[in-house]
Design a protein around this ligand. Structure first.
Ligand code: KIV
Ligand code: NA
Length: 290
């Protein structure tokens, strides 16, 4: 499979092929993306295109680091995760969030986006915010750093938004989301992430924008979809998730089941088994020694 480009992703919208985005936050989760994107020998799966964009989302603060908010994640922590993902994922476009507080000024945003490219080995940057970010999006895109804008529910601002709440439910709210979308497209964003907005608004905007929309809780009318990998795998199955989350697997149940089995076998003495998991001595010199 060839490495995905910005043009590849934009052309999917024109061909009406849904764009697939999934988060990765370390080497194994990046390898899962790469492995599920590998060309298959099954001829019936020849239409498979795999994951188009691997997103090192700052949701990793909560799902992988145990912070209670994405605002706790520092740029250095993000860079460490980006480098691990880049080592595991070769063919998806590599996109990462600039963490909270690292782009409050245009100068900071430019400096820190450059670090994400140079030290984090990312291809593109995602920024949470609306038209107030137009100067930064213009600067980055005109200097060759692709930007995906993120509007609707922006978790980095959850305190100001009074929690993780659906956005754009009123006419005034929907108009604000639409104005932000148009301004960011004009500023040069290559795509727009729309989070937790009514499905009808998501479809309406996607039909009118040139650039692709990637939805999470934005309905089936978005040009692509994104989920948080650990959430969709059911690694955090103890916590109540948002309405938009579909768990495609229950990894927590499978993992705890396997660990309980390990505990049982060690306690019973049935693992390890010298014959299958132990190292024999073949050297004759040892005869009579042990
Ligand atoms: O951080 C993240 O994983 C995200 C997605 C939920 C869109 O921004
Ligand atoms: Na994010």
């Amino acid at each position: 499979r060839k490495k995905r480009t910005i043009l590849d992703i934009q052309s999917l919208k024109r061909k009406k092929i849904p764009i697939t985005v999934l988060t990765a936050h370390d080497y194994p989760s990046a390898r899962f993306i790469e492995a599920s994107s590998a060309p298959s020998s099954d001829p019936n799966a020849s239409h498979r295109r795999g994951i188009d964009i691997a997103l090192v989302g700052d949701s990793l603060a909560m799902v992988a680091c145990g912070y209670t908010s994405t605002t706790s994640l520092t740029l250095d922590e993000m860079l460490y995760h980006c480098r691990s993902v880049a080592r595991g994922c070769q063919t998806s476009l590599l996109l990462a969030d600039l963490p909270f507080g690292t782009y409050h000024s245009t100068e900071d945003g430019v400096k820190n986006a450059v670090r994400m490219i140079q030290e984090g080995n990312m291809d593109a940057i995602k920024l949470e915010g609306g038209k107030e970010l137009v100067p930064l999006v213009e600067r980055l895109t005109s200097r060759g750093i692709p930007v995906m804008s993120h509007i609707g529910l922006t978790p980095q601002r959850q305190a100001a938004l009074s929690g993780f709440r659906v956005q754009g439910k009123t006419v005034a709210g929907a108009l604000k989301v639409w104005e932000d979308a148009q301004a960011l497209q004009a500023a040069g964003a290559f795509a727009l992430l729309i989070e937790a907005i009514p499905s009808r608004l998501g479809r309406w905007m996607s039909e009118r924008l040139e650039i692709p929309t990637i939805g999470i809780g934005a309905g089936a009318g978005a040009d692509g979809q994104v989920l948080v990998q650990l959430d969709m795998l059911g690694v955090n199955s103890l916590e109540r998730g948002p309405k938009f989350l579909k768990r495609f697997e229950d990894v927590e149940r499978k993992a705890t089941g396997a660990i309980e089995e390990y505990i049982k076998e060690v306690r019973e003495g049935s693992f390890p088994h010298d014959e299958t998991h132990g190292y024999p001595i073949e050297d004759q010199e040892w005869e009579g020694f042990l």
